[in-house]
Design a protein around this ligand. Structure first.
Ligand SMILES: [Zn+2]
Length: 272
């Protein structure tokens, strides 16, 4: 999987992933919920909330995601030992927490305001939302997206309508592009589906199925093509070795530039 963050977490953090994903950034597998308690630690003088999960694992593990820091530890490890481990890992923990915070902020920035006149992006193009009582359904009209709703419709209704429409667009675009890459690769996914994963643009399972994030529909065609090519290349190479990247290159020769653009888009450019 490719990471938006430059450094990977230390090895014990992540359990083996059941599938190969194209993450928005790297994230550890969430542990099974168990008896838990919120605690507070002081790391480099910063208060950090964390949750302790007693588990059957043999070592202390750290998971950081949008929910914050969770620490899994065997029952026989004392709280004092866990706090020591937190101290030893504090730079990594603080860095990861800050990265997640930035990520969540970007995610919020990317979410359109759901109101008349706000902007959503389709294939990189801004579309201005118009609540329009005369329109039946959702219709693109040049740079406008007319949404048939009563004038007093709430933002939830607008969001539901527009997201449903964007998913339809995503499904149609993916359905058109997947066969193009299947032909180049000489094999097709066993099935594919839309995902709305929080942290992944796409993923490929060992059973030959792929999932593509419908939010890709906000980005230009080439970004969508790169993600499809990336996941389809995993049908041939379920790893990120040199043969995998050479397959990506066969499917989509310009992948390095677009891969960079995808990071850049996500890191720097709110979609609306
Ligand atoms: Zn991958």
């Amino acid at each position: 999987m490719f990471n938006f963050f430059k450094k990977k977490p230390p090895r014990p953090v992540a359990e083996a992933a059941p599938q190969l994903s194209l993450p928005l950034f790297d994230t550890a597998q969430a542990p099974q919920p168990g008896p838990a308690g919120q605690r507070l630690a002081l790391l480099r003088n910063q208060p950090v909330r964390w949750e302790l999960i007693r588990s059957r694992r043999r070592t202390i593990g750290f998971q950081i995601d949008h929910r914050g820091l969770r620490v899994s530890a065997p029952r026989w490890v004392s709280l004092r030992e866990i706090e020591q481990a937190l101290d030893e890992k504090c730079d990594w923990i603080l860095r990861k927490l800050a990265e997640w915070q930035r990520h969540e902020q970007r995610r919020l920035d990317m979410q359109p305001r759901w109101e008349h006149g706000a902007t959503v992006r389709l294939l990189g193009e801004p579309l201005s939302l118009r609540i329009d009582t005369e329109t039946d359904g959702v219709i693109r009209d040049g740079a406008l997206l007319r949404v048939g709703l009563p004038p007093d419709a709430g933002s939830e209704q607008l969001k539901d309508r527009v997201e449903a429409w964007l998913r339809e667009q995503a499904r149609a675009i993916f359905a058109e592009r997947i066969p193009v890459f299947s032909q180049k690769l000489g094999r097709a996914p066993t099935r594919w589906a839309l995902s709305s994963a929080r942290t992944r643009w796409g993923s490929c399972n060992p059973d030959g199925s792929i999932r593509l994030n419908w939010r890709l529909v906000h980005f230009p065609h080439e970004v969508i093509d790169y993600v499809i090519a990336h996941e389809m290349a995993h049908l041939a190479e379920l790893n990120h070795g040199p043969r995998f990247w050479s397959t990506v290159g066969d499917l989509f020769p310009d992948y390095e530039r677009v891969r960079g653009a995808l990071r850049h888009h996500y890191d720097d450019t709110p979609a609306s």
